[in-house]
Design a binder for this molecule. Sequence first.
Ligand SMILES: [Zn+2]
Length: 304
Amino acid sequence: MADRPLTLMAVHAHPDDEATGTGGVLARYAAEGIRTVLVTCTDGACGDGPGGVKPGEDGHDPQAVAALRRKELEASCRVLGVDHLETLDYGDSGMMGWPANDAPGSFWGSPVAEGAARLAELIRHYRPDVVVTYDENGFYGHPDHIQAHRITMAALDLAPDLASKVYWTTAPHSAMKRFGEVMREFGADWDEPAGASEPDGEADGSGGTGGADGTGGAGSAVEAPELPPIGLPDEEVTTWVDTSAYGGQKYDALAAHASQGENIFFLRMGKERFTELMGIETFVRVRDTTGAPLPEQDLFAGLR
Ligand SMILES: [Zn+2]
């Protein structure tokens, strides 16, 4: 067909989101000969430091954390077979309400138009057929995830003839329930995530959602005035990709990010259990020019 390989671009907020959110599809499509491009927007400097120290605590050096996480990100990309890693190197904004939200250089504090212009340049360069990012709540309310969503949708508006299919990551409610059960089994302090996510996440859900988000479709169900629940009812999930054959790679990619406490938790459940729990990656298709029927099992349905 075209004079370039089919291309998948995933836009993520922090080093390690590529592994937890889309490690399965990155590994699977790389194995199928599709070119994979990862864009990581922030430096992850608000992550854990050595020994699990948190930002603001003694021994947390944001620059050193960012440098370590960059190395971990590169290792994760090798595991997943990512062909091209692009980093925008914005400052990690931390969780909603943290002082880092407004720190100079923070992703959250940066203009959407600026990030969108930079990302649009990458989209024009790589000409991805499929673009994946978060929904307008950043899946669970993290400001950097919300901002990644906003710049991605705005960048796509700047390159409207590119990217035949656009997806937001999601989780079906059935999987959230199972996930909660396993979390509790492994000793996590985990409440059922129906309803609110971050305490003051609603403060930002309203203003300029970074473009009207393509054709809406199933995604429009989350435009309720109050903060919507995490994930979607199963019947609103459009795309279910079986990545269980790549669960080992996804696990190893996460292991590459072992400096981060929450990842260590996942690793404790072991590869087999992890694969069983995380073996299907799910999405909402929000833009499509292929007409591939829904529900679908392949991000590239209609393209090959
Ligand atoms: Zn993240």
